[in-house]
Ligand binder design. Structure first.
Ligand code: NA7
Length: 545
């Protein structure tokens, strides 16, 4: 269907309202696939993207060392075999620049760019019950009405700079890893501070240390990090992987984590300890998240988790020369895997370098930023550049920064004041024809997110086809179905150790954010079956009109 432009006669700046079947917010993996899929249904769809290009979170996270922690063969689209056939990954874990090239390649190959508007932020999305349409407005004064409003805004897109007094007066440069400038930042000869030691800090620190004159790392919580063992891929293994891609993809789509890590149902305490260590050593040597599935109960049993965590702690200590620094870098305050685990290349070894210093901000809290440095624990650390690797307002941040209003003017922000409430992580009661791709309450960040995205988009497309074929104009989650899903998701999370850490999964990194475990911890395979069942039952838990 062709979009239709009509004169709304509102103001000169907003004289025209464009009408589409769907508006998609975000041009990351989710936005790209949603546009492709809706187009293939014959719908007109328009994508708004804040960045100057496609890529979503990868567009912004171009900090030194930025790399995916899911293997390249798995972290790519699977919906069209040609896409993987004609693309050759060069490293086991792709770097940010290669992922960007891949996403550009996909968008060009599928001719999607012509329906994307870049450097355009959606500021509001308001549902008009009388027309059953969403009115979407942007910071460029676009006004677009659409039957379906699809948020492909990503789980890790709203960068969070901590509110530290004095930052405005800092005379040097400062950056956030998640909003990195599109130019080379030269650290050579500079005194650099990195605040934060999550995945972004862990990736950036070794690379920054290569050229900085001095690097001071401000750590609040030491994190578990495993060696990635990244390496170049050779042509033969790339070809071989392409040959069994479809089969692998199917398997990943049914797995709990949407990936191909070898699993093992056996519990840590069911086998002799020497065998436990031998297995852990083997997985450790292969690199990557597969370590966490060496045994079946690492994420559910405290004692088993401790045994495996001790193994990791010993590995960490073994590479750090100074025992005091080793103490500081060894994670002790949360079970292994309950904060998103990091994959690194030479992270802990970096702290053996004489020009790298570690400051424990729990012992020496950051008091303020001065014009020339950071004041922490009554000591001023002089720096020229500050890098905030302080994470994101995860899962809800990119939604709450938009003024979203559903039926009767209900504000999403207000509805979610005590924490996000969704049905299946896709829809929320009071917001008809409003869909979130990998929203809170879906497996998303606990999985290989590209596989989760494809599951969501496929489900969405089927749902829209269902509505269109029956001339239905509105679908909305029922409050009781939403309540039951929220309760179920909570119950599932609390059967694991995941809620035991102060993680961004729980919103614990954002001052004042309600403490709700946001992703669905029941596994992608189980989740997929639930979504399929809902569809098969004529969209049970939804009202249709
Ligand atoms: P994360 O994982 O949220 O890490 C942020 C880090 O910044 C973490 O170490 C935080 O400590 C630290 N932090 C946050 N605020 C502060 C303040 N105010 N002072 C000191 N330290 C602070 O974000 P990343 O970008 O590294 O990774 C996000 C995800 O992207 C990652 O999990 C992958 O999925 C990809 P804390 O642990 O909260 O004590």
């Amino acid at each position: 269907m062709k979009p239709d432009i009509v004169d709304a006669g509102i103001s000169a700046a907003r004289a025209r309202t464009a009408h589409y079947d769907a508006v998609i917010v975000g041009a990351g993996f989710a936005g790209i696939y949603t546009l492709y899929k809706l187009r293939s249904l014959g719908l007109s769809a328009l994508v708004f993207e804040a960045g100057a290009g496609v890529g979503g979170t990868w567009f912004w996270n171009r900090y030194p060392g930025a790399r995916c922690d899911v293997e390249s063969f798995e972290y790519q689209f699977g919906f069209l075999d040609d896409l993987q056939r004609d693309w050759n990954w060069t490293e086991r874990y792709s770097g940010q620049a290669e992922i960007m090239r891949y996403m550009d390649y996909v968008v060009d190959k599928l001719d999607l760019r012509r329906d994307m508007r870049f450097e355009t932020k959606v500021v509001s999305a308001v549902y008009d019950e009388s027309t059953r349409r969403w009115m979407i407005e942007t910071n460029r004064n676009d006004r677009v009405s659409a039957r379906y409003c699809i948020m492909a805004t990503g789980c890790l897109s709203a960068a969070q700079v901590p509110n530290i007094p004095g930052l405005d007066d800092f005379a040097g440069e400062w950056f956030h890893t998640g909003a990195w400038p599109h130019r080379e930042v030269d650290f050579s000869g500079k005194r650099v501070a990195v605040v934060g030691t999550g995945s972004s800090g862990v990736q950036a620190i070794p690379v920054i240390a290569e050229t900085a004159a001095q690097l001071t790392v401000f750590q609040r919580t030491p994190n578990f990090s495993l060696p990635a063992f990244n390496r170049p891929l050779d042509g033969r293994e790339v070809e071989e992987a392409k040959g069994h891609f479809a089969e692998d993809r199917k398997r990943a789509g049914l797995a709990a984590n949407g990936a191909l890590y070898p699993t093992n149902d056996v519990g840590v305490q069911e086998v002799p300890r020497e065998r436990v260590y031998a297995e852990l050593e083997k997985r450790w040597g292969s690199g990557g998240f597969g370590f966490l599935t060496t045994f079946g109960d690492i994420i559910t049993d405290t004692t088993s988790n401790d045994i495996v965590a001790d193994f990791v702690r010993a590995k960490i200590r073994a590479v750090i020369h100074d025992p005091e620094v080793a103490d500081l870098l060894t994670p002790v305050d949360h079970p292994l895997g309950t904060k998103r685990i990091c994959l690194d290349t030479g992270y802990f070894e970096t702290f053996n370098k004489p020009h790298v210093k570690l400051v424990d901000v729990r012992r020496s809290p950051i008091e303020r930023i001065t014009p020339t440095g950071i004041l922490a624990g009554a000591e001023e650390y002089g720096v020229d550049i500050i890098v905030f690797a302080t994470g994101f307002d995860a899962m809800t941040g990119s939604l709450s920064r938009i003024d979203i209003r559903g039926r009767d003017g209900l504000e999403l922000r207000e509805k979610w004041e005590a924490g996000p409430r969704t049905y299946l992580g896709i829809c929320s009661a009071g917001f008809p024809n409003f869909f979130m791709m990998t929203g809170p309450g879906s497996p998303s960040v606990l999985t290989n997110v590209v596989v989760s995205i494809e599951q969501h988009v496929d489900w969405l497309a089927e749902c829209i086809s269902f509505l269109e074929s029956r001339n239905l104009t509105a679908i909305e989650a029922l409050p009781e179905a939403e309540d039951a899903w929220v309760e179920h998701a909570n119950e599932v999370a609390f059967k694991t150790l995941l809620p035991k850490a102060n993680s961004w999964y729980l919103g614990a990194n954002i001052p004042g954010k309600p403490r709700i475990f946001m992703p669905y911890a029941g596994g992608l395979g189980v989740y997929r079956a639930k979504c399929d069942e809902v569809a098969l039952n004529g969209y049970s838990g939804f009202s249709l009109a």
